[in-house]
Design a protein around this ligand. Sequence first.
Ligand code: SAM
Ligand code: SF4
Length: 459
Amino acid sequence: MNVYDSEQIAKGLEFLQYEMTPFLEKADLIIVNTCAIREKAEQKVFSFLGRLAGLKKKRPDLIIGVGGCVAQQEGAKILERVPHLDLVFGTHAINRLPNAIQAILTKKCRIVDTQMSDQIKEMDFSANGYDTKEVSRFVTIMQGCDNYCTYCVVPYVRGRETSRDPEKIISEIRRLVQSGVREVTLLGQNVNSYGMKEGLLTFPELLRHINDIDGLLRIRFTTSHPKDLSQDLIHSFKDLDKLCHHIHLPIQSGSNRILKRMNRKYTREIYLEKVDKLRNTCSDIAITSDIIVGFPGEKRTDFQETLDLIRTVEFDGLFAFKYSDRPNASAARFSDKIPEDEKKKRLQQVLDLQEQFTTRKNKTLTGSTQSVLVEGFSKKQNQINKPNSSQNAQWTGRTSTNKIVNFYNSDDLKAGNENMMGRLVNIKILQAFSHSLWGKTNGKEPGCFGLRGEKSYVA
Ligand code: SAM
Ligand code: SF4
């Protein structure tokens, strides 16, 4: 979500003739877009801001602004704490940012804008074309959250759940596709409840419209709250040819007692039932999840239930976090906090256990042919040099199940290096590592080029 917001910020600033620079020391304006989800993310913000003091001293005309969730949470307090800061703008103030910068330039003032609103203010500049070299882009479809999980800061810093108008979303995706984008990831804290409050389309209906966009090859979305995962959405994985076979379905804990204290509104049994339904509907679907270890009151037995759930589901991947108190979130006031070293141990146990499943799942793909959307040169190729059209290059992309595939463009592929980006190609998997796969082109395009062909998992 912050990546998408940063892109919106950059687009808004183009109106003031700003352009991006990779060199911090050369920038006339530095915007730090922040995350408040865990304590560590927030600490990073302040240490980075501290490091900017020297730059501001050297160049007093430099404008430094802080946006995002930490800005929303802390407001004017950040100006007090960071004397070299010019601007604090909250999560609902992105559309007002160009005006704020203009005011700072003309009046040499300091500004705080953390006003929130119940409606999404579409940015005027979203009507402009896109100039992107990327194959895959994020598109926010809703903002905020109404779920109030007891550990979470999001409802306080992103506001009430509000869905974007489907027409705006669809026309944004059409413009992205015109500029070369082939895959979109739809973003929301709980995409399953898209449009419900406003009486718009349901999320599966929105997916069907997006699936009809010519030129788009793949659709992904995140995040899906298990309590609201509907039968209709589960069926979309079977019915919609562009919907990738991957779902991120955060469980957070395997213990019903802890899930209740987290206010998640589902049980481990309900979660496991939904996993079964997903797998029965779409046999190769990859399922990933989030886990919080050391939530207040999490006993060893609760934690064992989490490990047991991980073994039962065999996730394709996991994001695991140590619980940290967040301002306003009610769990911050819970007693029986877990000591830091115990949280650390539990985190390591989760990561070690999951590593076995991730590696094992990747290994089963060795020898198979996967349809991969090519995103660009592999990291290694970028480090060596850019190949000319007669050389075979190393590329990177993802399977429908969201696994990273680095591959070698072997001789037998007719198309040259120039037009690999944004194409779906069949890759023969030669080797599996814990977090990526390695393969080579096997000379054939997927059967229907981005349509049904993606389901061909031919060994
Ligand atoms: N809306 C998504 C959902 O409900 O599944 C999650 C969004 S949150 C931005 C991403 C992840 O951060 C959560 O799934 C949770 O695992 C983790 N998280 C949130 N608050 C946390 C906290 N106080 N301490 C540790 N991890 C936290
Ligand atoms: Fe946070 Fe829960 Fe909302 Fe996700 S659903 S953003 S975890 S409050």
